[in-house]
Write a protein that binds this ligand. Sequence first.
Ligand SMILES: Nc1ncnc2c1ncn2[C@@H]1O[C@H](COP(=O)(O)OP(=O)(O)O)[C@@H](O)[C@H]1O
Ligand SMILES: [Mg+2]
Length: 474
Amino acid sequence: MGICVSKKTKNLKLKPLDTRHRTLQNSTIKKNYTERIYKYYDFIRIIGSGKFGTVREAVRISKPERSVQEKRDNLPKFAVKSVHKASANHIGLELKRELLVLKDIDHPNLLNLLETYEDEGYMHFVTELCEGGSLAKKVSDKGHLNEDEVRIVMGQLLLAVKYLHSNEYVHRDLKPDNILFKNTEDLNSLKIVDFGLSKKIEKRGCLNSKVGTPHYMAPEVIAKKYGKKCDIWSLGITAFVILTGSHPFKGTFTKHIFNQVTNAKIDTEALTGLSSQAKDFISKMLVKKPSRRLSAEEALKHPWLCVSNIPSQPLTLNFQTQSGFVQTCKRVMMKISNSSKLEELRKACLDIDTECCGYIDTKCLKKYLEKNYTPEEAVNTLRYFKGKLQMKYSYFLLQTSGFEVFDMEDYKVVFKYFDFDNDGYISTEDIVSSLYKTDVLLCLEEKAQLEKDLEGLQDFSMNLEEFKEYLLSK
Ligand SMILES: Nc1ncnc2c1ncn2[C@@H]1O[C@H](COP(=O)(O)OP(=O)(O)O)[C@@H](O)[C@H]1O
Ligand SMILES: [Mg+2]
Protein backbone atom coordinates (compact mmCIF):
# COMPACT_ATOMS: atom_id res chain seq x y z
CA MET A 1 0.00 0.00 0.00
CA GLY A 2 1.69 3.18 -1.12
CA ILE A 3 1.36 6.47 0.59
CA CYS A 4 0.16 9.15 -1.76
CA VAL A 5 1.95 12.43 -2.05
CA SER A 6 0.13 15.04 -0.07
CA LYS A 7 -1.21 18.34 -1.14
CA LYS A 8 -1.14 19.29 2.51
CA THR A 9 2.04 20.23 4.23
CA LYS A 10 3.40 18.14 7.00
CA ASN A 11 2.96 20.12 10.13
CA LEU A 12 3.23 18.60 13.52
CA LYS A 13 3.70 21.98 15.14
CA LEU A 14 0.67 23.28 16.88
CA LYS A 15 -1.29 26.02 15.21
CA PRO A 16 -3.86 28.24 16.86
CA LEU A 17 -7.40 27.00 16.52
CA ASP A 18 -9.15 28.33 13.45
CA THR A 19 -12.71 28.47 12.25
CA ARG A 20 -12.44 24.90 11.10
CA HIS A 21 -12.28 23.80 14.69
CA ARG A 22 -15.51 25.57 15.43
CA THR A 23 -17.14 23.82 12.51
CA LEU A 24 -15.87 20.49 13.77
CA GLN A 25 -17.24 21.14 17.20
CA ASN A 26 -20.58 22.21 15.89
CA SER A 27 -21.14 19.55 13.34
CA THR A 28 -19.36 16.39 14.25
CA ILE A 29 -19.85 15.39 17.82
CA LYS A 30 -23.48 14.88 17.11
CA LYS A 31 -25.67 12.12 15.92
CA ASN A 32 -26.16 12.85 12.26
CA TYR A 33 -28.63 10.66 10.45
CA THR A 34 -29.06 13.05 7.56
CA GLU A 35 -25.51 12.36 6.39
CA ARG A 36 -25.60 10.27 3.21
CA ILE A 37 -23.77 6.99 3.18
CA TYR A 38 -22.88 7.54 -0.50
CA LYS A 39 -20.78 10.50 0.54
CA TYR A 40 -18.51 8.23 2.56
CA TYR A 41 -18.71 4.78 1.03
CA ASP A 42 -18.32 3.42 -2.46
CA PHE A 43 -19.95 0.06 -3.11
CA ILE A 44 -17.98 -2.68 -4.82
CA ARG A 45 -20.30 -5.66 -5.12
CA ILE A 46 -23.33 -7.35 -3.63
CA ILE A 47 -22.34 -10.10 -1.22
CA GLY A 48 -25.69 -11.10 0.18
CA SER A 49 -29.31 -10.38 -0.24
CA GLY A 50 -32.23 -10.90 2.05
CA LYS A 51 -35.90 -10.17 1.86
CA PHE A 52 -35.58 -6.49 2.68
CA GLY A 53 -32.39 -5.31 1.14
CA THR A 54 -28.84 -6.17 0.30
CA VAL A 55 -25.44 -6.55 1.88
CA ARG A 56 -22.64 -4.98 -0.13
CA GLU A 57 -18.89 -4.87 0.11
CA ALA A 58 -17.75 -1.26 0.37
CA VAL A 59 -14.69 0.95 0.76
CA ARG A 60 -14.58 4.20 2.66
CA ILE A 61 -13.42 6.79 0.16
CA SER A 62 -14.36 10.35 -0.71
CA LYS A 63 -16.22 10.96 -3.98
CA PRO A 64 -13.50 12.72 -5.99
CA GLU A 65 -11.04 9.90 -5.32
CA ARG A 66 -13.33 7.12 -6.49
CA SER A 67 -12.50 7.31 -10.16
CA VAL A 68 -8.82 6.62 -9.55
CA GLN A 69 -8.47 2.85 -9.43
CA GLU A 70 -5.07 2.83 -7.66
CA LYS A 71 -6.52 4.89 -4.85
CA ARG A 72 -9.23 2.31 -4.29
CA ASP A 73 -6.87 -0.66 -4.27
CA ASN A 74 -5.83 -1.91 -0.87
CA LEU A 75 -8.40 0.16 0.97
CA PRO A 76 -9.88 -1.60 3.97
CA LYS A 77 -13.20 -3.20 3.06
CA PHE A 78 -16.40 -3.17 5.04
CA ALA A 79 -19.82 -4.77 4.75
CA VAL A 80 -22.87 -2.54 4.47
CA LYS A 81 -26.29 -4.02 5.13
CA SER A 82 -29.00 -1.77 3.72
CA VAL A 83 -32.52 -2.60 4.82
CA HIS A 84 -35.60 -1.15 3.18
CA LYS A 85 -37.41 0.44 6.09
CA ALA A 86 -40.97 0.30 4.80
CA SER A 87 -40.85 -3.39 3.83
CA ALA A 88 -39.18 -4.34 7.07
CA ASN A 89 -41.70 -2.42 9.16
CA HIS A 90 -44.50 -3.98 7.18
CA ILE A 91 -43.77 -7.40 8.66
CA GLY A 92 -42.90 -6.01 12.08
CA LEU A 93 -39.10 -6.20 11.82
CA GLU A 94 -37.86 -3.58 14.18
CA LEU A 95 -34.78 -2.03 12.69
CA LYS A 96 -34.13 0.17 15.69
CA ARG A 97 -34.07 -2.95 17.77
CA GLU A 98 -31.46 -4.55 15.49
CA LEU A 99 -29.46 -1.36 15.85
CA LEU A 100 -29.73 -1.33 19.64
CA VAL A 101 -28.62 -4.94 19.91
CA LEU A 102 -25.69 -4.43 17.53
CA LYS A 103 -24.55 -1.36 19.44
CA ASP A 104 -24.74 -3.11 22.75
CA ILE A 105 -23.08 -6.44 22.00
CA ASP A 106 -19.36 -6.82 22.46
CA HIS A 107 -18.03 -10.32 21.89
CA PRO A 108 -15.33 -11.77 19.59
CA ASN A 109 -17.84 -14.07 17.89
CA LEU A 110 -20.58 -11.51 17.28
CA LEU A 111 -20.54 -9.11 14.32
CA ASN A 112 -18.90 -5.78 15.06
CA LEU A 113 -20.87 -2.64 14.11
CA LEU A 114 -18.95 0.45 13.01
CA GLU A 115 -21.33 3.09 11.78
CA THR A 116 -24.97 3.56 10.88
CA TYR A 117 -26.66 5.80 8.33
CA GLU A 118 -30.28 6.41 7.69
CA ASP A 119 -32.05 8.01 4.75
CA GLU A 120 -35.67 8.21 3.67
CA GLY A 121 -35.78 4.69 2.32
CA TYR A 122 -33.08 2.70 4.02
CA MET A 123 -31.22 2.02 7.20
CA HIS A 124 -27.56 1.18 6.55
CA PHE A 125 -25.38 -0.78 8.95
CA VAL A 126 -21.64 -0.57 8.33
CA THR A 127 -19.93 -3.60 9.88
CA GLU A 128 -16.74 -5.58 9.67
CA LEU A 129 -16.50 -7.66 6.50
CA CYS A 130 -16.52 -11.44 6.82
CA GLU A 131 -14.46 -12.64 3.90
CA GLY A 132 -14.61 -16.34 4.74
CA GLY A 133 -18.23 -16.81 3.60
CA SER A 134 -21.03 -18.49 5.48
CA LEU A 135 -21.26 -21.83 7.24
CA ALA A 136 -24.10 -22.66 4.84
CA LYS A 137 -21.74 -22.19 1.89
CA LYS A 138 -19.07 -24.36 3.52
CA VAL A 139 -21.57 -27.17 4.00
CA SER A 140 -22.93 -26.88 0.47
CA ASP A 141 -19.35 -26.95 -0.95
CA LYS A 142 -18.16 -29.89 1.11
CA GLY A 143 -21.36 -31.86 1.73
CA HIS A 144 -20.72 -31.81 5.47
CA LEU A 145 -17.98 -31.00 8.00
CA ASN A 146 -16.09 -33.53 10.12
CA GLU A 147 -16.42 -33.80 13.91
CA ASP A 148 -13.24 -31.84 14.63
CA GLU A 149 -14.39 -28.96 12.43
CA VAL A 150 -17.88 -28.94 13.95
CA ARG A 151 -16.38 -28.90 17.45
CA ILE A 152 -14.51 -25.68 16.59
CA VAL A 153 -17.67 -24.14 15.15
CA MET A 154 -19.98 -25.20 17.99
CA GLY A 155 -17.54 -24.08 20.70
CA GLN A 156 -17.55 -20.53 19.35
CA LEU A 157 -21.29 -20.52 18.70
CA LEU A 158 -22.06 -21.60 22.23
CA LEU A 159 -19.69 -19.04 23.74
CA ALA A 160 -21.40 -16.29 21.76
CA VAL A 161 -24.88 -17.53 22.62
CA LYS A 162 -23.92 -17.88 26.29
CA TYR A 163 -22.86 -14.22 26.14
CA LEU A 164 -26.11 -13.16 24.45
CA HIS A 165 -28.22 -15.09 26.95
CA SER A 166 -26.32 -13.74 29.94
CA ASN A 167 -27.10 -10.26 28.61
CA GLU A 168 -30.76 -11.30 28.31
CA TYR A 169 -30.82 -11.37 24.50
CA VAL A 170 -32.36 -14.12 22.36
CA HIS A 171 -31.16 -14.27 18.74
CA ARG A 172 -34.14 -16.21 17.31
CA ASP A 173 -32.68 -16.81 13.86
CA LEU A 174 -29.59 -18.95 14.34
CA LYS A 175 -28.83 -21.03 11.24
CA PRO A 176 -25.84 -21.68 8.95
CA ASP A 177 -26.67 -18.67 6.68
CA ASN A 178 -26.33 -16.32 9.65
CA ILE A 179 -22.99 -17.77 10.73
CA LEU A 180 -20.02 -16.29 8.88
CA PHE A 181 -16.23 -16.49 8.99
CA LYS A 182 -14.17 -13.37 9.12
CA ASN A 183 -11.15 -14.92 7.39
CA THR A 184 -11.04 -17.45 4.60
CA GLU A 185 -9.90 -20.93 5.64
CA ASP A 186 -10.05 -20.01 9.34
CA LEU A 187 -12.80 -21.80 11.23
CA ASN A 188 -11.71 -19.98 14.38
CA SER A 189 -12.87 -16.61 13.07
CA LEU A 190 -16.60 -17.25 13.41
CA LYS A 191 -19.10 -14.37 13.65
CA ILE A 192 -22.83 -14.59 14.23
CA VAL A 193 -24.72 -12.02 12.13
CA ASP A 194 -28.29 -10.89 11.49
CA PHE A 195 -29.81 -9.54 14.69
CA GLY A 196 -33.03 -8.53 12.91
CA LEU A 197 -35.11 -10.86 15.04
CA SER A 198 -33.11 -10.55 18.25
CA LYS A 199 -34.90 -9.42 21.34
CA LYS A 200 -34.17 -8.51 24.91
CA ILE A 201 -36.07 -10.81 27.21
CA GLU A 202 -36.97 -10.19 30.82
CA LYS A 203 -35.46 -12.57 33.36
CA ARG A 204 -37.73 -15.63 33.36
CA GLY A 205 -39.82 -13.72 30.78
CA CYS A 206 -41.50 -15.34 27.87
CA LEU A 207 -41.93 -14.50 24.19
CA ASN A 208 -44.83 -15.41 21.98
CA SER A 209 -44.31 -14.35 18.40
CA LYS A 210 -43.73 -17.15 15.93
CA VAL A 211 -40.57 -15.92 14.22
CA GLY A 212 -37.45 -17.51 12.77
CA THR A 213 -36.71 -19.90 9.91
CA PRO A 214 -39.07 -22.92 9.91
CA HIS A 215 -36.41 -25.69 9.72
CA TYR A 216 -34.57 -24.16 12.69
CA MET A 217 -37.55 -23.15 14.84
CA ALA A 218 -37.95 -24.86 18.23
CA PRO A 219 -41.23 -26.65 19.10
CA GLU A 220 -42.00 -24.04 21.79
CA VAL A 221 -41.61 -21.21 19.22
CA ILE A 222 -44.15 -22.95 17.01
CA ALA A 223 -46.38 -23.17 20.12
CA LYS A 224 -45.77 -19.44 20.68
CA LYS A 225 -44.53 -19.61 24.27
CA TYR A 226 -40.78 -19.64 24.67
CA GLY A 227 -37.60 -18.25 26.17
CA LYS A 228 -33.85 -18.28 25.49
CA LYS A 229 -33.60 -22.04 25.03
CA CYS A 230 -35.07 -21.70 21.53
CA ASP A 231 -31.57 -20.63 20.42
CA ILE A 232 -30.11 -23.88 21.74
CA TRP A 233 -32.58 -25.87 19.66
CA SER A 234 -31.52 -23.92 16.54
CA LEU A 235 -27.88 -24.66 17.36
CA GLY A 236 -28.76 -28.35 17.78
CA ILE A 237 -30.33 -28.36 14.30
CA THR A 238 -27.29 -26.47 12.98
CA ALA A 239 -24.94 -29.09 14.45
CA PHE A 240 -27.02 -31.87 12.90
CA VAL A 241 -27.08 -30.18 9.48
CA ILE A 242 -23.39 -29.41 9.29
CA LEU A 243 -22.34 -32.85 10.53
CA THR A 244 -24.61 -34.82 8.22
CA GLY A 245 -25.46 -32.48 5.37
CA SER A 246 -29.16 -33.20 5.90
CA HIS A 247 -32.03 -31.89 8.03
CA PRO A 248 -33.38 -33.84 11.01
CA PHE A 249 -36.95 -32.77 10.19
CA LYS A 250 -37.70 -32.84 6.51
CA GLY A 251 -40.48 -31.23 4.58
CA THR A 252 -41.04 -28.64 1.91
CA PHE A 253 -44.10 -26.91 3.25
CA THR A 254 -43.94 -24.92 6.46
CA LYS A 255 -46.96 -26.71 7.89
CA HIS A 256 -45.33 -30.10 7.33
CA ILE A 257 -42.03 -28.96 8.88
CA PHE A 258 -43.84 -27.58 11.94
CA ASN A 259 -45.71 -30.82 12.34
CA GLN A 260 -42.47 -32.83 12.21
CA VAL A 261 -40.66 -30.53 14.65
CA THR A 262 -43.51 -30.72 17.12
CA ASN A 263 -44.30 -34.43 16.89
CA ALA A 264 -41.60 -36.45 15.13
CA LYS A 265 -38.40 -37.98 16.46
CA ILE A 266 -35.14 -36.84 14.91
CA ASP A 267 -33.85 -38.82 11.96
CA THR A 268 -31.12 -40.74 13.82
CA GLU A 269 -30.19 -42.79 10.76
CA ALA A 270 -28.41 -39.77 9.34
CA LEU A 271 -26.18 -39.77 12.44
CA THR A 272 -24.81 -43.26 11.80
CA GLY A 273 -21.04 -43.14 11.68
CA LEU A 274 -20.72 -40.29 14.18
CA SER A 275 -19.09 -40.85 17.57
CA SER A 276 -21.49 -41.69 20.39
CA GLN A 277 -20.51 -38.45 22.17
CA ALA A 278 -21.41 -36.37 19.13
CA LYS A 279 -24.81 -38.09 18.98
CA ASP A 280 -25.32 -37.49 22.70
CA PHE A 281 -24.42 -33.80 22.30
CA ILE A 282 -26.93 -33.29 19.50
CA SER A 283 -29.71 -35.23 21.17
CA LYS A 284 -29.35 -33.18 24.38
CA MET A 285 -29.68 -29.95 22.42
CA LEU A 286 -32.69 -31.26 20.55
CA VAL A 287 -34.83 -32.17 23.55
CA LYS A 288 -38.33 -30.93 22.81
CA LYS A 289 -39.06 -29.76 26.36
CA PRO A 290 -36.97 -26.59 26.90
CA SER A 291 -36.54 -27.16 30.64
CA ARG A 292 -34.79 -30.49 29.91
CA ARG A 293 -32.69 -29.06 27.07
CA LEU A 294 -29.08 -28.06 27.80
CA SER A 295 -28.33 -24.38 28.39
CA ALA A 296 -25.43 -22.79 26.49
CA GLU A 297 -23.27 -23.09 29.57
CA GLU A 298 -24.12 -26.75 30.08
CA ALA A 299 -23.57 -27.54 26.40
CA LEU A 300 -20.08 -26.02 26.64
CA LYS A 301 -19.30 -28.52 29.37
CA HIS A 302 -20.42 -31.52 27.32
CA PRO A 303 -17.51 -34.00 27.00
CA TRP A 304 -17.68 -33.99 23.19
CA LEU A 305 -16.92 -30.27 23.16
CA CYS A 306 -14.58 -29.92 26.11
CA VAL A 307 -11.63 -31.23 24.10
CA SER A 308 -11.41 -27.97 22.21
CA ASN A 309 -11.56 -25.64 25.20
CA ILE A 310 -7.92 -24.65 25.26
CA PRO A 311 -7.49 -21.56 27.47
CA SER A 312 -5.80 -18.58 25.82
CA GLN A 313 -2.47 -17.17 26.95
CA PRO A 314 -2.78 -15.00 30.09
CA LEU A 315 -3.22 -11.32 29.27
CA THR A 316 -0.20 -9.06 29.43
CA LEU A 317 -1.62 -6.11 31.31
CA ASN A 318 -0.26 -2.80 30.17
CA PHE A 319 -2.23 -0.02 31.80
CA GLN A 320 -2.62 3.16 29.83
CA THR A 321 -3.66 6.61 30.88
CA GLN A 322 -4.07 8.48 27.64
CA SER A 323 -5.78 11.56 26.37
CA GLY A 324 -9.29 11.25 24.98
CA PHE A 325 -7.97 11.79 21.49
CA VAL A 326 -5.41 8.98 21.68
CA GLN A 327 -7.96 6.71 23.37
CA THR A 328 -10.34 7.48 20.54
CA CYS A 329 -7.76 6.51 17.93
CA LYS A 330 -7.17 3.30 19.84
CA ARG A 331 -10.88 2.60 20.13
CA VAL A 332 -11.30 2.95 16.37
CA MET A 333 -8.25 0.78 15.78
CA MET A 334 -9.68 -1.88 18.04
CA LYS A 335 -12.95 -1.76 16.16
CA ILE A 336 -11.48 -2.22 12.71
CA SER A 337 -8.21 -4.01 13.38
CA ASN A 338 -7.63 -7.49 12.02
CA SER A 339 -4.72 -8.13 14.38
CA SER A 340 -4.46 -11.70 15.54
CA LYS A 341 -2.95 -10.47 18.82
CA LEU A 342 -6.09 -8.45 19.44
CA GLU A 343 -8.29 -11.41 18.55
CA GLU A 344 -6.38 -13.45 21.15
CA LEU A 345 -6.88 -10.74 23.75
CA ARG A 346 -10.59 -10.67 23.01
CA LYS A 347 -10.69 -14.39 23.61
CA ALA A 348 -8.70 -13.98 26.85
CA CYS A 349 -11.58 -11.82 28.13
CA LEU A 350 -13.76 -14.91 27.89
CA ASP A 351 -11.29 -16.74 30.13
CA ILE A 352 -11.54 -13.96 32.71
CA ASP A 353 -15.33 -13.92 32.65
CA THR A 354 -15.67 -17.40 34.14
CA GLU A 355 -19.09 -16.58 35.62
CA CYS A 356 -20.40 -15.73 32.14
CA CYS A 357 -21.60 -12.28 33.16
CA GLY A 358 -21.00 -10.98 29.64
CA TYR A 359 -18.62 -8.36 31.04
CA ILE A 360 -15.53 -8.23 33.26
CA ASP A 361 -16.43 -7.92 36.92
CA THR A 362 -14.32 -7.57 40.06
CA LYS A 363 -14.87 -11.11 41.30
CA CYS A 364 -13.79 -12.84 38.07
CA LEU A 365 -10.89 -10.48 37.48
CA LYS A 366 -9.62 -11.10 41.02
CA LYS A 367 -9.73 -14.88 40.48
CA TYR A 368 -7.97 -14.58 37.13
CA LEU A 369 -5.25 -12.31 38.50
CA GLU A 370 -4.63 -14.55 41.48
CA LYS A 371 -4.22 -17.52 39.16
CA ASN A 372 -1.92 -15.88 36.63
CA TYR A 373 0.03 -13.16 38.47
CA THR A 374 1.98 -12.61 41.68
CA PRO A 375 -0.12 -11.50 44.70
CA GLU A 376 1.44 -8.04 44.49
CA GLU A 377 0.59 -7.65 40.79
CA ALA A 378 -2.95 -8.83 41.49
CA VAL A 379 -3.48 -6.29 44.27
CA ASN A 380 -2.00 -3.45 42.22
CA THR A 381 -4.14 -4.27 39.23
CA LEU A 382 -7.32 -4.35 41.27
CA ARG A 383 -6.34 -1.04 42.83
CA TYR A 384 -6.12 0.42 39.33
CA PHE A 385 -9.76 -0.41 38.77
CA LYS A 386 -10.87 1.14 42.06
CA GLY A 387 -14.21 0.07 43.45
CA LYS A 388 -16.65 -2.31 41.86
CA LEU A 389 -15.84 -3.17 38.30
CA GLN A 390 -18.34 -3.92 35.57
CA MET A 391 -16.69 -3.35 32.25
CA LYS A 392 -17.46 -4.40 28.69
CA TYR A 393 -14.77 -6.63 27.20
CA SER A 394 -13.61 -4.05 24.69
CA TYR A 395 -13.38 -1.25 27.29
CA PHE A 396 -11.38 -3.54 29.52
CA LEU A 397 -8.95 -4.17 26.64
CA LEU A 398 -8.82 -0.47 25.90
CA GLN A 399 -7.65 0.17 29.45
CA THR A 400 -5.28 -2.72 29.75
CA SER A 401 -3.47 -2.89 26.43
CA GLY A 402 -1.18 -0.54 24.61
CA PHE A 403 -0.54 0.10 20.93
CA GLU A 404 1.83 -2.86 20.79
CA VAL A 405 -1.16 -5.14 20.21
CA PHE A 406 -1.48 -3.70 16.72
CA ASP A 407 0.73 -4.59 13.82
CA MET A 408 1.84 -2.41 10.91
CA GLU A 409 -1.08 -3.59 8.80
CA ASP A 410 -3.48 -2.23 11.46
CA TYR A 411 -1.90 1.20 11.40
CA LYS A 412 -2.30 1.18 7.64
CA VAL A 413 -5.93 0.12 7.84
CA VAL A 414 -6.79 2.72 10.46
CA PHE A 415 -4.78 5.39 8.69
CA LYS A 416 -6.74 4.70 5.50
CA TYR A 417 -9.98 4.82 7.47
CA PHE A 418 -9.11 8.29 8.76
CA ASP A 419 -7.54 9.46 5.50
CA PHE A 420 -10.91 9.82 3.89
CA ASP A 421 -9.70 12.08 1.04
CA ASN A 422 -6.92 9.53 0.48
CA ASP A 423 -4.11 12.06 0.09
CA GLY A 424 -1.65 10.16 2.29
CA TYR A 425 -2.00 12.58 5.18
CA ILE A 426 -4.44 12.79 8.04
CA SER A 427 -5.46 15.98 9.75
CA THR A 428 -7.55 16.84 12.78
CA GLU A 429 -10.38 17.40 10.33
CA ASP A 430 -9.99 13.93 8.80
CA ILE A 431 -10.02 12.28 12.19
CA VAL A 432 -12.98 14.14 13.53
CA SER A 433 -14.98 13.73 10.35
CA SER A 434 -14.32 9.99 10.61
CA LEU A 435 -16.02 10.02 13.96
CA TYR A 436 -19.38 11.25 12.73
CA LYS A 437 -21.04 8.21 14.10
CA THR A 438 -19.68 8.77 17.56
CA ASP A 439 -22.65 7.08 19.15
CA VAL A 440 -21.50 3.79 17.67
CA LEU A 441 -17.77 4.12 18.06
CA LEU A 442 -17.58 5.83 21.42
CA CYS A 443 -19.33 5.51 24.74
CA LEU A 444 -20.63 8.60 26.50
CA GLU A 445 -17.55 9.17 28.67
CA GLU A 446 -15.24 8.76 25.68
CA LYS A 447 -17.30 11.24 23.71
CA ALA A 448 -17.17 13.78 26.54
CA GLN A 449 -13.43 13.23 26.90
CA LEU A 450 -12.90 13.67 23.16
CA GLU A 451 -14.91 16.89 23.09
CA LYS A 452 -12.81 18.23 25.96
CA ASP A 453 -9.63 17.17 24.20
CA LEU A 454 -10.59 18.75 20.93
CA GLU A 455 -10.92 22.10 22.61
CA GLY A 456 -7.25 21.90 23.47
CA LEU A 457 -6.13 20.09 20.34
CA GLN A 458 -4.64 22.10 17.53
CA ASP A 459 -4.43 21.40 13.83
CA PHE A 460 -1.95 18.88 12.61
CA SER A 461 -1.28 16.74 9.62
CA MET A 462 0.71 13.51 9.57
CA ASN A 463 1.61 10.71 7.27
CA LEU A 464 1.39 7.03 8.17
CA GLU A 465 4.83 6.80 9.77
CA GLU A 466 4.26 9.95 11.81
CA PHE A 467 0.82 8.78 12.88
CA LYS A 468 2.29 5.52 14.11
CA GLU A 469 5.14 7.27 15.92
CA TYR A 470 2.72 9.74 17.47
CA LEU A 471 0.51 7.00 18.88
CA LEU A 472 3.40 4.85 20.07
CA SER A 473 4.90 7.82 21.89
CA LYS A 474 1.73 8.34 23.93
N1 LIG B 1 -20.52 -8.62 7.60
C1 LIG B 1 -20.73 -9.41 6.55
N2 LIG B 1 -19.69 -9.83 5.79
C2 LIG B 1 -19.92 -10.64 4.71
N3 LIG B 1 -21.13 -11.07 4.31
C3 LIG B 1 -22.21 -10.69 5.03
C4 LIG B 1 -22.07 -9.84 6.18
N4 LIG B 1 -23.30 -9.62 6.68
C5 LIG B 1 -24.15 -10.32 5.91
N5 LIG B 1 -23.51 -10.97 4.90
C6 LIG B 1 -24.12 -11.83 3.86
O1 LIG B 1 -25.40 -11.34 3.54
C7 LIG B 1 -26.42 -12.29 3.89
C8 LIG B 1 -27.63 -11.57 4.42
O2 LIG B 1 -27.29 -10.83 5.59
P1 LIG B 1 -28.17 -10.89 6.91
O3 LIG B 1 -27.62 -9.95 7.92
O4 LIG B 1 -28.31 -12.32 7.33
O5 LIG B 1 -29.55 -10.30 6.40
P2 LIG B 1 -30.99 -10.91 6.18
O6 LIG B 1 -31.78 -10.37 7.30
O7 LIG B 1 -31.41 -10.38 4.88
O8 LIG B 1 -30.88 -12.41 6.22
C9 LIG B 1 -25.74 -13.23 4.90
O9 LIG B 1 -26.32 -14.51 4.90
C10 LIG B 1 -24.31 -13.23 4.40
O10 LIG B 1 -24.16 -14.16 3.34
MG1 LIG C 1 -29.80 -13.66 7.48
